[in-house]
Every structure is written in structure tokens, then in C-alpha cells.
Design a protein around this ligand. Structure first.
Ligand SMILES: C[S@@+](CC[C@H](N)C(=O)[O-])C[C@H]1O[C@@H](n2cnc3c(N)ncnc32)[C@H](O)[C@@H]1O
Ligand code: SF4
Length: 358
């Protein structure tokens, strides 16, 4: 059966990190009950018109662990799923308790993802994170104890407070764990314009230092049995995130909740951004859609190629008219083109050379 993903957005955070531009709020917790009811109504509307069973479900945010475990599990129960569906929940490290994780597990969650970012105090402070330097150890132990067979940790590289030694120490801390995360995402810090960090050029990452940090992460993980999956993702064999693959394969998925995006056979649409507007529309019995676009064949081909080029799968050589100007950025094996490790952070220089590029 063709993979089909469901995404559920949870737009609440205890505190807004000053680099983050996601559609999330730290001053609207009182909306949570109405929000959950609205998400349940939105799902019920889709189920009534024949929502196909999801092979993966992803609760993202924001901070899904700002909902009670009962609320999250109620939403999950409303989503039709295949028997072996992967169900991921993003969780802030400081919210991880054995009780919460057991409730998720009992409710059908199969995979956890924690925003650990770093284990080094100066870096956590610079990023404005609230968890302590032992969070990686706590979440690893609790996740194992609660019985999860697979899970992820997010890292960020590029903070101005971070040295290459900090990156090395973070990797050592993760890899030395008794139960090391079998999947690791590592993002290069992006100075989003509408954030406090984005507005302060002194805090913008140094590109060379970020590239060195990213190279160290890739080389270290690949030397420890992790396979490179996509620009920012590495997994031990068998621990790939199926939901990510739906996105990277330009597959079909439906998003529920404010700001959630959907893609079905070349039609893309997205819900209104704020939880207030979202709740109001759903309560009035209207669809909470904020916009949509239909992708023509050429755009679909370009999106498919550029997503594939960012992954281990790469694209067929025929996807390029010529490799002459990008030969130093790509590997060619069995007629497929993939990015070299050094080209991963400058993937756009290769993507613009695709035949399908507009
Ligand atoms: C939307 S957050 C949800 C996870 C959870 N709220 C947390 O922070 O622990 C997912 C991940 O996005 C990454 N992220 C958010 N803003 C970013 C930025 N400006 N640059 C790089 N990574 C970012 C962080 O690594 C974070 O763990
Ligand atoms: S990084 Fe996570 S906790 Fe921080 S504001 Fe963004 S979603 Fe919230």
C-alpha cells in the first residue's frame, strides 16, 4: 500500500525559544481544551468523507507535550491507522516523565522525538533552552523504560556560543549513552527574520563554523553506524522515520490543526495560522483552510527531484542536462547522483542545475 501520512500541529509552548519561527504561542494555554475539540471535529469531518488509514502519524509543534497525554491519545484514537502505523510525538526534554511516556505508549505512540539541541551549558543558555545538561541521559533512560523501540533527538549547530569542542562533547555524550538515540536530526541554526535571534546580526551563525560543526556531526555519526538519510537526518538501519520519507518522496499527507499543511496528488493547502482563527472556523462548521495551490506537472517534477536530491536516494543522472559545473559537489554511482558530504549544506547550488528547475 502507498504510504500516507497524517500530521497534527500543537501550537503551544511553555516558553518561546528566541530562534524559533514555528507557528506556536507561549501565551495561549487557555485555548488548549477548545483547540483539542476543534482538532477532533476537523478529523471527524475528514473521516466522514473517507480519510484513508495513515501509515504514519506525527504530532509536531510547538510542543505536543503541552497537551495532557489523555488529550493527545484521544486525538490519536480518532485517526484511522494501518495496523503497523508509525506514530511519533515531539516532546520537550523537560516534559518527559515515565508516566507521560507510558500513557503515550499505551495509547499507540511508537516513536518519540526530543529537542535536546546540545548537552553544553553555554550553548543551551545561548539558545534559551530550559532543560539541563543531563536531559539527554534522562530522556534516553525513560524512553527505554517506557518500552519505545525507536526514537530521535534533535540537535542544533551554529550557536555563536558553540565551539567545535562543544559539538564534539555533545556527540560524545549522546553516543556514550547506554541507550543512544537510534535516530538523530541535526539542524543548522537558521536566523529566522521574525525572531529575536534573527534581528540581532551579532548572534547570526558564522557560516564556516557551522559548516565545520555540521561536517563533524556527519563524520562522527557515520563512523558510529548511523546512515545519512537527508540533509539533517541520520538513522541506524531500521530506525528511519517513515513519516519523514512521506515528505521526502513527495507523497500524500494531511495536516490537522492550525498552520498544518497538506499535500494530496499535487494539490497543496494549509490551515489558518493562529489557533484562535482555527477554533472559530471549526466551531462555525467551516473548513479552516487558509490557502491552497495546485502544482502543475513541471512544479511537481521539480519538487520531487529537489526533495530526492536532499536524500541518500539522490536522483537519476538524467535529471541534469550536464554535471560539468557541479562535478565537485556530487557523487555519481550506478547512474544516480547524490550530494557529497561537503555539498549537503549548499544543496541549493546543485538543485538549481536540475533540468526540472524553473
Ligand atoms: C518545532 S521544534 C519542536 C520540538 C520541541 N518543541 C522542542 O523544541 O523540543 C522542532 C525542532 O526544530 C528545530 N528548530 C526550530 N527553529 C530552528 C531554527 N531557527 N534553526 C534551526 N533549527 C530550528 C529545533 O531543533 C527543534 O528541536
Ligand atoms: S524550538 Fe520547540 S520549544 Fe522552542 S519555541 Fe520552537 S517549538 Fe517551542
Amino acid at each position: 500500500m502507498r504510504p500516507f501520512g497524517v500530521y497534527v500541529h500543537v501550537p503551544f509552548c511553555a516558553h518561546r525559544c528566541d530562534y524559533c519561527a514555528f507557528a506556536t504561542y507561549d501565551d495561549r494555554d487557555e485555548l488548549r481544551d477548545d483547540y483539542v475539540s476543534a482538532v477532533l471535529s476537523e478529523i471527524a469531518g475528514e473521516v466522514a468523507t473517507g480519510l484513508e488509514p495513515a501509515s504514519s502519524v506525527f504530532f509536531g509543534g510547538g510542543t505536543p507535550s503541552r497537551l495532557t497525554p489523555e488529550q493527545l491519545v484521544d486525538i490519536l484514537a480518532a485517526i484511522p491507522r494501518t495496523a503497523d502505523a508509525e506514530v511519533t510525538v515531539e516532546c520537550n526534554p523537560e516534559d518527559a516523565t515515565l508516566e507521560r511516556l507510558r500513557a503515550y505508549r499505551a495509547g499507540g505512540v511508537t516513536r518519540m522525538s526530543y529537542g535536546v539541541q546540545s548537552t553544553q551549558p553555554a550553548v543551551l543558555r545561548d539558545l534559551g533552552r530550559r532543560h539541563g545538561t543531563m536531559a539527554h541521559e534522562t530522556v534516553s533512560r525513560l524512553t527505554h523504560e517506557a518500552g519505545f523501540a525507536t526514537w530521535n533527538m534533535d540537535l542544533i549547530v551554529g550557536s555563536r556560543a558553540e565551539t567545535l569542542e562543544d559539538v564534539r562533547a555533545t556527540l560524545r555524550d549522546l553516543l556514550e549513552l547506554e541507550f543512544a538515540p537510534p535516530h538523530i536530526s541535526c539542524y543548522a541554526l537558521t536566523p529566522e527574520p521574525a525572531t529575536p535571534l534573527g534581528r540581532d546580526p551579532r548572534r547570526h551563525p558564522d557560516e564556516d563554523a557551522t559548516a565545520d560543526a555540521y561536517d563533524l556531526v556527519g563524520a562522527t555519526l557515520e563512523a558510529h553506524g548511523y546512515e545519512w538519510e537527508e540533509i539533517s537526518n541520520w538513522a541506524r538501519p531500521g530506525h528511519e522515520c517513515r513519516h519523514n520519507h512521506v515528505y521526502w518522496d513527495h507523497g500524500d499527507y494531511v495536516g490537522f490543526g492550525s498552520a498544518a499543511h497538506s499535500h494530496r496528488s499535487g494539490r497543496r493547502y494549509w490551515n489558518v495560522r493562529t489557533p484562535e482563527r482555527y477554533i472559530a472556523l471549526v466551531q462555525r462548521g467551516e473548513r479552516p483552510v487558509g490557502g491552497e495551490e495546485v502544482l502543475d506537472q513541471a512544479t511537481q517534477a521539480f519538487e520531487r527531484d529537489s526533495l530526492a536530491l536532499r536524500t541518500r536516494r539522490g536522483v537519476p543522472v538524467e535529471a541534469f542536462a550536464s554535471l560539468d559545473e557541479i562535478r565537485h559537489l556530487v557523487d555519481v554511482r550506478e547512474d544516480r547522483v547524490t550530494l557529497t558530504p561537503q555539498a549537503r549544506l549548499v544543496a541549493n547550488q546543485v538543485i538549481i542545475r536540475l533540468k526540472s528547475a524553473p
